[in-house]
Design a protein around this ligand. Structure first.
Ligand code: DGJ
Length: 371
């Protein structure tokens, strides 16, 4: 009898210390057994707890019917539903975030100066498809919310990117000068700032996005702009609630979406996707030793079967694991547009080969991989 009790105690102890598995692509039940509903999300680590914010998706539509969800976890595997952190406004309210708008890729950061949590997201106004191309901001005194919507806009109105030449700024070439898109002349004009100039007065288009807070606490908004053809990196104000107007364009005409970034040993690593709607494509990777560039492109970081489709997923965030050195998790979405709430999460550990990040498929893995 003694030995049975002893082995029971041992196995209980073993189970409690063994890291639990993350299973990319599987249903991920929350504490109530319901698949986590936090798509295109990001994670904030605050006071010993991870908070996962993401798009609430419904059964049949990708439009926002509820808002941004929040889940909490101590171990990154067991998630508790904390409810809706930012709620969409009622039908007919006329709010920018009226129910039925498109509210994607929310990211929350904490601002030490104001002691507030700031949520940024891609916003498309209700009934206008993807034409608005705005970024939205909401704030809260409490990490789980409720977040209060402040404003939405197109960034950097009236400002030129630091890395746009005088010739590009003053060029008179306009989108209307081109009968057809995708010709070599049109591509060259795009690279030379065709759409940046068009949107100079009203602000730059802002769709897929992420927010990055650097070690010196400066925050940056990285977003697909200029008809999704060019990425822009823009500095945020000290309270993280607006833009300062300082920004650059990177990979003009490169057609990058889904930016996700991390920093290790002074190097910034940016992983993006191409632009193929909800369908997966091959990931891209870039590095720089300053956020302001120059940025350099490297080969696809994915290895093995389906590497050319990012394992049937699209990047959304890169999470530094708290308390572990150089431990980063690549988070991506495997979209299911016919049944949006069923979309799956592809989380993979970032490994390094020859000094560059590498992603390899794993059916399951756990945090001990970083030890
Ligand atoms: C790809 C983007 O990455 C998603 O966030 C979403 O905007 C879809 N396009 C819509 O087609």
């Amino acid at each position: 009898m003694k030995s049975i009790i002893y082995s029971f105690l041992l196995s209980t102890l073993f189970l409690s210390v063994k890291a639990q598995d993350i299973k990319p692509g599987a249903i991920w039940p929350d504490e109530q057994g319901i698949h986590v509903n936090a798509h295109g999300g990001g994670i904030l680590y605050s006071n010993g707890t991870y908070y996962w914010f993401g798009e609430h998706k419904s059964e049949k539509t990708s439009a926002a019917l509820k808002g941004v969800t929040c889940y909490s976890s101590k171990n990154l595997t067991d998630w508790k539903n904390e409810g809706i952190a930012l709620a969409v406004m009622p039908d007919g309210s006329g709010s920018d975030i009226e129910k039925g708008c498109v509210l994607e890729r929310p990211k929350v950061v904490y601002n030490e100066k104001t002691n507030k949590y700031v949520m940024w997201f891609h916003l498309e106004l209700k009934g206008k498809g993807y034409d608005a191309a705005r970024v939205g901001v909401a704030v809260s005194d409490k990490v789980t919310g409720p977040y209060r919507f402040i404003h939405s806009y197109r960034p950097c109105a009236g400002k030129w990117p630091d890395n746009m030449s005088e010739t590009e700024r003053t060029s008179t070439v306009k989108p209307e000068d081109f009968e057809k898109w995708w010709t070599p002349e049109w591509r060259q004009a795009v690279e030379e700032g065709l759409f940046n100039r068009r949107d100079h007065a009203g602000g730059q288009m802002s769709r897929d996005m992420t927010i990055f807070v650097d070690q010196d606490k400066k925050a940056y908004h990285i977003y697909s702009s200029e008809e999704n053809l060019t990425l822009q990196i823009a500095e945020l104000s000290d309270d993280y609630q607006s833009h300062t107007g300082k920004y650059i364009r990177i990979f003009p005409g490169g057609h990058n979406e889904a930016p996700a970034i991390f920093k290790k040993n002074g190097i910034y690593y940016l992983i993006t996707s191409g632009c193929t709607g909800w369908d997966p494509n091959e990931a891209r990777m870039f590095t720089a030793s300053s956020i302001w560039g120059p940025w350099k492109q490297h080969p696809n970081p994915c290895r093995g079967d389906d590497a050319n489709l990012t394992f049937h997923s699209q990047s959304t965030y890169i999470l530094p694991v708290a308390g572990k050195k150089d431990a980063f998790i690549f988070m991506a979405d495997r979209w299911t547009p016919k049944h949006p709430s069923d979309a799956r999460y592809i989380w993979l550990p970032i490994q390094f080969e020859n000094g560059l990040p590498v992603l390899k498929w794993m059916d399951k893995w756990n945090l001990s991989i970083f030890d």
